[in-house]
Design a protein around this ligand. Sequence first.
Ligand code: SAM
Ligand code: SF4
Length: 487
Amino acid sequence: MTKAPKGLISPPGGENRPNGVRLDKTFHIITFGCQMNVGDSDWLARALAARGWRQTSEEDAWLFVVNTCSVREKPEQKVYSELGRIAAHRRGKPGLTAAVGGCVAQQIGAGFFERFPFVRLVFGSDGIAAAPDALDRLADDPAARVALLDFLPAYPERENVLAQAVAPAPLPAFDADAGEPDAGPAQAFVNIMQGCDNFCAYCIVPYTRGRQKSRAPAAVLEECRLRVEQGAREITLLGQNVNSFGLDPGGAGVGFAELLRQVAAIPGLMRLRFTTSHPKDIDPAVIRAFGELENLCPALHLPLQSGSDAILKRMGRKYDRARYLSLVADLRAARPDIALTTDLIVGFPGEGEEDFLRTLDMMERVGFESSFFFRYSDRPGVASVRMSPKVPDEVGQERLLRLQSLQNGITKQSLKRLEGCEAVVLLESMSRRQDAGEPFWRGRDAGGRVVNVRLPRREDGAGRMVRVLLREAKNHSLVGERVGQPW
Ligand code: SAM
Ligand code: SF4
């Protein structure tokens, strides 16, 4: 992995020298990757707004922040093509500047300065706390470049932008390759930890995001309280492995089950979710919480990765099929309507047809409502790079299609079972597809399923809740009819 220099970088000479034209304080954020990146971009947008920067469209922006992900190979390549696209905006705006944050920034570091001269800030997952000040500095000093790539020993608490009297910036654009949609105005993502200690054989996260560091429970609670006061109805607690919250040296003696209880008790919080959970660490007290906490949504993303014990072992996941199935049974005993979703990797080195059939078998046994499937890709420095045999691409692609087709059938069946039931939906935004009738709004039920429902013309549904009679299951969503008024 590239070892990147730290702090302020003196500008190199020649073509790579920043051109010294002052930067107008308008910005546009482009986010790749997971919900943690979405949360980071949201915080950065607010922190910049608090410093007098203005969030604008791409056309009007002088500063582009690209918040990156390198968990898989494809998202990493997207960053380069995105920077190439941004370069086109430099015509007529010679001072246009880009900042690159997140995993790819941590990995490539100051290499970005060489390849894209208009990149003047790179920041890693711990460096983001100092990024707003660094950007102010770039605006004041047109010749400066800054690299914020050090890992810090404790969770880098960020300034509390919520407490400042600044109108919240709209959520930044989100281009997740996993296909997650934008969140609505009543949904907040709150970081509870950073990094990961698990070193699963395929995963780059411990290298790009560093070792696990739990945030102070009081800071988590304070942010959640402020979010609710400012209109959040749903909070998602975020971490790479939330089940091990508090167990690192920075932990304050409060485990994840206790933290969940404290957040759930915040007056006015209607929905609480969390992601991601590693099956090996899920505590029985967290499972019980699904049956006990009314506002804890009956939904859990529990990445399985593979249904083959041999592959799970090579992946270093530290659970097997039997343990996973017993967790599922316990979760369903605590909350029979819980909606389970998962991540699966196909084509991990050494995955044979028999292993893959075990994965299909687990999908049927568990009946996941939906899954994210990833074709295995080698990531620099991880253990599986040295594992063999590699699975040929055509085999991996064919397995992806088989997974998709099985999941489509399971999803359709589970949605069909809900036809005729009622659900409370938190509305996010207008649906993409409309017809001549009243406009469709799109939201989610407590299980996280997408529901489309019509609202009267000119009614703004964003952030409101509405009771819906679920009429029709589509392939990946439900269509319902409003019962009563939204609130
Ligand atoms: N912390 C979560 C967990 O333990 O399951 C996962 C976080 S990871 C950022 C998101 C997903 O990316 C993983 O669940 C895995 O399925 C996928 N992933 C990670 N590394 C990968 C690789 N090298 N190739 C393909 N998919 C990968
Ligand atoms: Fe990666 Fe494993 Fe950590 Fe998840 S638990 S972030 S897959 S190392």
